[in-house]
Ligand binder design. Structure first.
Ligand code: GLU
Length: 494
């Protein structure tokens, strides 16, 4: 059996991101091509930001795309548990090893001291980072502080000079000066590990042979390489994939492009087409064929053919490819069946039907009223936002603030949507009816329609976000300066 083991290690801190699916796809193809195993590990050590809802959404989204895994928190395996929150013991044992062999140290610095230090370093145009204050504590001092239960973290020691040299499968030799590397916290004061520590310990204990991940981690490599050295472990082979980019070459971000897999599902893309499209990011089939299945990609996969130029995630190209799948892969009967199961998902319909039923006189009224639930966008123009007391500037502000309020919701339902919007109306000193007007236009395309609160709850955050953002664009968009002002004002809301 092959020893090739790759992994995807998402942090469950938000919507399932297309970037996660992209990295998962390449890991899976790499493992499959060599009869290896592909593992899913949940990196949920950031207690405050992780949620089980996000974990479930990520698992479901990857599965929807066909990117299933051989071992993971749901299906188990020989190297579990596969959720870091269930591995705390392992990290604390391993941090003790590093303390004992002198590679790590206790740090008792208060956050006030660290903030001050940081401010000074910024003011003096120095490299920002820990200054080694606690490195010089004697063993007796450390012992006494620990006995007094003083709050502390555990940091790793970093060489003072020289450079870290390592290999990247796609880039060859990479060199980074140690002077740029901070004495990374390994264990936080809550007793939980940081990403860097848990990630290295787990990759080793889970026998990961190849770490294929996004390029944003390359600057963390010295810390990781050093941890492997400190433990005396053989490091896996590393490969940092180019980041997905917006058409303007900036890093793919939800400000410019929907990044949530849920959005593409809700918009009626076919999973095979989206997976195929992600496969085209930095990779081409030897035949040059653009349409290929996951199995075909896995069969032909050769990581050395990945190109480093930042792949552009271009919605138009995705639409073209999805159209090709629809036309070429679906018979009329399949099209009908898939369309119906997408449009008339029973859970969604159970909520929509009573809302529509109250408001129609004939079946022929249904399409007009309910259209905004299934179309991609609603067509609106700036004139649609005209209102006796809501100026376009205020309308834009309402849309932006509502979006930020909705994005912060941890629970998504009619009541939670209603309560944040009601709260916003109060903070802005507006009647709820007036606040809802621009939302009606952006979400439903009309000034009067099915309750917009209900509609937002049904459409979900992904589609609502896209529509609110379209509304903002129609109202003139947000320049950098305006964004700053809005953010400032938003922070001051109570
Ligand atoms: N938890 C990290 C993330 O969410 C994993 C990075 C890695 O693959 O090492 O991106």
């Amino acid at each position: 059996m092959s020893n090739i083991r790759t992994r995807i290690a998402p942090s469950p801190t938000g919507d399932p991101h297309v970037g996660t699916a992209y990295i998962a796809l390449f890991n899976r193809c790499f493992a499959n091509q060599q009869q290896g195993k592909f593992i899913l590990r949940i990196e949920d050590t950031d207690k405050a930001r992780s949620s089980s809802r996000s974990e479930q959404d990520i698992l479901q989204a990857l599965r929807w795309l066909g990117l299933d895994w051989d071992e993971g928190p749901d299906n188990g395996g020989d190297y579990g548990p596969y959720r870091q929150s269930e591995r705390s013991e392992i990290y604390s044992t391993h941090s003790q090893i590093l303390l004992e062999n002198g590679c790590a140290f206790h740090c008792f610095c208060t956050s006030e001291r660290l903030t001050l230090l940081r401010q000074e370093q910024i003011a003096n145009k120095q490299q920002v980072g820990y200054d080694g204050h606690c490195l010089h504590l004697t063993p007796g001092e450390v012992k006494a502080k620990l006995e007094r239960k003083e709050e502390h973290v555990i940091r790793m020691k970093i060489p003072e000079a020289g450079e870290c040299v390592f290999d990247d499968l796609l880039r060859g030799e990479v060199r980074i000066n140690w002077s740029q590397i901070d004495m990374q916290v390994l264990m936080k004061s809550d007793g939980l590990p940081t990403y860097h520590f848990a990630n290295v310990v787990d990759d080793h204990l889970m026998a990961i042979s190849h770490v294929i991940r996004g390029e944003e981690w390359i600057n963390s490599m010295p810390k990781h390489v050093l941890l492997y050295e400190y433990f005396g472990w053989e490091a896996p082979i590393f490969c940092h994939m180019p980041l997905l980019r917006n058409p303007d070459k900036s890093k793919l971000s939800k400000r410019k492009n929907p990044t949530s897999i849920g959005y593409y599902r809700a918009m009626g893309y076919m999973p095979a087409a989206l997976t195929n499209y992600l496969g085209m990011m930095g990779w081409t089939m030897p035949s040059g064929e653009e349409k290929f299945s996951l199995d075909e990609m896995a069969k032909e996969f050769d990581i050395s053919r990945v190109s480093l130029g930042g792949p552009i995630f271009d919605r138009e190209k995705l639409d073209w490819l999805n159209g090709k799948y629809i036309r070429e892969d679906l018979s009329d009967a399949e099209f009908m069946a898939q369309f119906a199961s997408w449009a008339f998902q029973s859970e969604k319909m159970a909520i929509i039907v009573p809302l529509i039923k109250q408001r129609v006189e004939r079946f022929s009224d249904v399409a007009d009223l309910g259209q905004f639930f299934i179309s991609a966008d609603v067509s609106i123009a700036s004139g649609d936002f005209e209102h006796k007391s809501i100026t376009p500037e205020l309308g834009l502000k309402i849309l932006q603030f509502s979006l930020w309020h909705l994005e912060a919701l941890t629970e998504w339902n009619r009541e939670s949507v209603e309560s944040v919007l009601q709260g916003l109306a109060t903070s802005l000193g507006l009647k709820i009816r007036d606040l809802l007007f621009p939302l009606f236009i952006a979400i439903t395309g009309k000034g009067v329609s099915i309750s917009v609160i209900e509609s937002i709850a049904i459409l979900g955050l992904d589609i609502s976000r896209a529509r609110l953002r379209d509304g903002i664009t129609v109202l003139g968009g947000v320049s950098k300066k305006l964004a700053k002002n809005l953010e400032k004002e938003y922070r001051l809301l109570d």
